[in-house]
Design a protein around this ligand. Structure first.
Ligand SMILES: CC(C)(COP(=O)(O)OP(=O)(O)OC[C@H]1O[C@@H](n2cnc3c(N)ncnc32)[C@H](O)[C@@H]1OP(=O)(O)O)[C@@H](O)C(=O)NCCC(=O)NCCS
Length: 166
């Protein structure tokens, strides 16, 4: 399996894969592929990684810039998606490892909204006061690279369509 940056030729496969993967998730909004498309159109994808095997795109991870409270310099990971037929074979782990390796060089930390049962294994956790409007606090998680505790609202790209206070 190869983890690499997206190319123009991957774009259709990425949208299809993200749509298909999120169909398996009860809390899916059905808008995840369009989030990626909007981030791309706005030049806001700081990472757009694909997992490729035998020429097929089997996994995808996006990251964009975010602020936490008054602190710039956070990398927001998501969406992350793996082809359902390839779940639980380490594809998501490989994408996350590469994303964190790259973000460590450019960001003060990573943040995301998702299931703590999955993201805890990568070192993500909730912090007091860390929030995204409308999300339960336990699903809003961060992994600071410098050990400092993130505090405040995660201010993210409007493509996510979540409410925020600015
Ligand atoms: C979540 C997702 C990206 C994980 O990708 P994956 O390639 O299946 O994950 P991995 O094989 O790397 O899994 C690593 C570990 O996490 C576990 N795991 C996978 N999905 C999990 C989940 N939803 N909840 C809890 N644990 C999970 C695996 O069992 C594995 O554990 P093990 O090493 O002890 O066996 C993939 O299941 C997916 O595309 N789901 C639909 C979209 C989605 O939920 N995206 C995230 C939204 S926040």
């Amino acid at each position: 399996m190869l983890i690499r940056d997206e190319t123009a030729g991957d774009i259709t496969a990425i949208s299809r894969l993200v749509t298909e993967a999120f169909l398996t998730l009860a809390q899916s909004t059905g808008t995840e592929a369009s989030i990626v498309e909007k981030l791309r159109a706005d030049g806001a994808l700081t990472l757009s990684l694909v997992a490729e095997e035998e020429g097929e795109v089997i996994g995808y991870l996006a990251a964009s810039s975010a602020r936490i409270g008054t602190q710039d310099g956070w990398g927001l990971i998501g969406p992350i998606a793996v082809l359902p037929s390839r779940h639980r074979q380490g594809v998501g782990t490989a994408l996350m490892a590469e994303a964190l390796r790259r973000l460590r060089a450019t960001s003060r930390g990573a943040t995301l909204v998702g299931d703590p049962a999955y993201y805890g294994r990568f070192g993500f956790r909730a912090f007091p006061g860390l929030s995204v409007a409308g999300c339960p606090p336990e699903v809003v998680q961060a992994l600071p690279f410098d050990g400092n505790e993130p505090r405040g609202e995660v201010i993210h790209h409007p493509a996510f369509g979540l409410s925020q206070h600015e």
